[in-house]
Design a protein. Sequence first.
Length: 105
Amino acid sequence: MTDPQDTKAPAPTQNRFIERFRQAGGQTEQFIVLATDDNHHGVVEYTRLVVAGCMLGRPNADIARAVSTVFKRNTEFSERRKEEAKAKAAAGTTQPAAVPTATRG
């Protein structure tokens, strides 16, 4: 999992690792994602999907579609949270909204 904007594990470092791994005979896929955190490093949720898909023998296209779906939902949730925070700030309240433990679409 690579976010090209990752500030903690820069993409060039990840790309070199993957290249060397493949040169040594390893088989790996690299999925490019956009993490929604400030450091663009929070890819654990996507990684879990990819690992599960690989373990189940799913085609890369299916795995990529699952990652895309989760990304879309995360982005929508993040945007809703930002809008809620703006509305509360405008109303003079600072109490954060509840964070759901799971979402369904």
